[in-house]
Write a protein that binds this ligand. Sequence first.
Ligand code: R5P
Length: 235
Amino acid sequence: MFSDVDIAKQKAAEEALKRVLSLKPRILGVGTGSTVDVFIDMLPRFEKELRNVTFVCVSLYSAYRVAQKGFNVSQLSVVSEVDVYVDGADEIDSNMNMIKGGGGASTLEKIVAYASRYKIFIVDYTKLVKRLGEKHSIPVEVLPEALNVVYKKLKELGFEVSIRMVKSGKYGFVVSDTRGVILDVKPSTDFDPKELELILKRIPGVVETGLFVDMADEIIVGYPDRVEVLRRIKT
Ligand SMILES: O=C[C@H](O)[C@H](O)[C@H](O)COP(=O)(O)O
């Protein structure tokens, strides 16, 4: 039995696939997470159209799944430009800014999104928020060597900080695909996403944050009965 959220994810993924086919990418960036998983599961329906596409994935897990379905997967290290990127998000505000990295992938996600000419994000309706930080902390990926230094600095700056722990299958810290440790950071007051991103990135040892500001070209929001598409107005 599918829940409303499952159906909403499917609707968003289906719409994204239509969009991808119309954009005819040579190189397609693929994010990670449960919504992207739905998107990956739909790829074989368009085997003919996607046969010559090279996929670049932001996690070993997504790369494995795309390759298992018979598509060409390339290493990010040999790619400098991506035509279209499809990924999920944890929170989206009314300015199309986002928190990402709930699945521990914010660094590679940001690199591929940055390298992509057109960035599409797919979410179910529960991801829309008035202000970023309503439901999720901000993931901050840190070099393992800098863990304590960054942790202490973030506390001094007034943030609530926790080190992300593995919930099962392994004991200890979550380690990202880029071997970073993830700190979940909760600002105590309202914040400006752009300013906060700068504050966090100024701390040596911080590799990336899960704040995605002014990044999305298109956000496809799935509902149980429809999709709504938000588009960035290019200035
Ligand atoms: O690190 C993970 C990514 O940012 C995901 O895109 C994000 O967490 C959303 O995941 P999901 O589609 O599972 O809600």
